[in-house]
Design a protein around this ligand. Structure first.
Ligand SMILES: Nc1nc2c([nH]c(=O)n2[C@H]2C[C@H](O)[C@@H](COP(=O)(O)OP(=O)(O)OP(=O)(O)O)O2)c(=O)[nH]1
Length: 141
């Protein structure tokens, strides 16, 4: 029997929505099994919550920022990305609107990566396919 997948939302925060050249990656600090791996800031959608409302809430909690949300980066799994056997993640481009991002919760380091630097960090396994798709959207500087 197929169990329902848990909905996760995340942001590909870029320096510019029209001409992105850098992506903000976040290093997880917890849980232990995921600590040290890099990901897109975001998290689980709460019951009754809209996807974009969840995205704004997670970015406020995790990074202390508000963002302007751009296009979605559609994936092959019902429009999202099967990041684990239990989670499906939807990803939107976003740019910072208010606040300077800090690793307030769940992360211990943030890094802006150019297209050439995307492979410099150990992404979570499920994110590798997303990073590959994203690389095509980042322009060389
Ligand atoms: N946020 C996020 N989670 C990801 C990514 N890639 C990936 O495999 N995951 C996994 C890790 C977790 O198993 C799950 C999302 O959980 P989370 O821990 O970020 O969600 P949350 O902030 O709502 O966490 P919690 O307080 O409910 O534990 O998806 C990613 O790029 N961003």
């Amino acid at each position: 029997m197929q169990e329902t997948l848990i909905d996760v939302v995340a942001a590909a925060i870029v320096d510019d929505l029209d001409h992105p050249t850098r992506l903000l990656a976040a290093r997880r600090s917890a849980p232990a099994a995921l600590a040290g791996r890099w990901e897109f800031p975001g998290g689980k959608v709460e019951p009754g919550e809209g996807h974009l409302a969840a995205l704004h809430r997670e970015l406020d909690e995790e990074l202390g920022v508000t963002v302007a949300v751009g296009d979605e980066l559609p994936g092959p799994d019902d429009g999202g990305w099967a990041i684990t056997s239990k989670h499906r993640m939807r990803v939107w481009f976003a740019r910072l609107q208010d606040g300077a991002p800090e690793p307030l919760e769940d992360h211990d380091e943030l890094r802006w990566l150019t297209a050439a630097e995307l492979d410099d960090v150990p992404w979570l396994d499920g994110d590798i396919q997303i990073v590959e798709a994203l690389a095509e959207h980042l322009s060389p500087r």
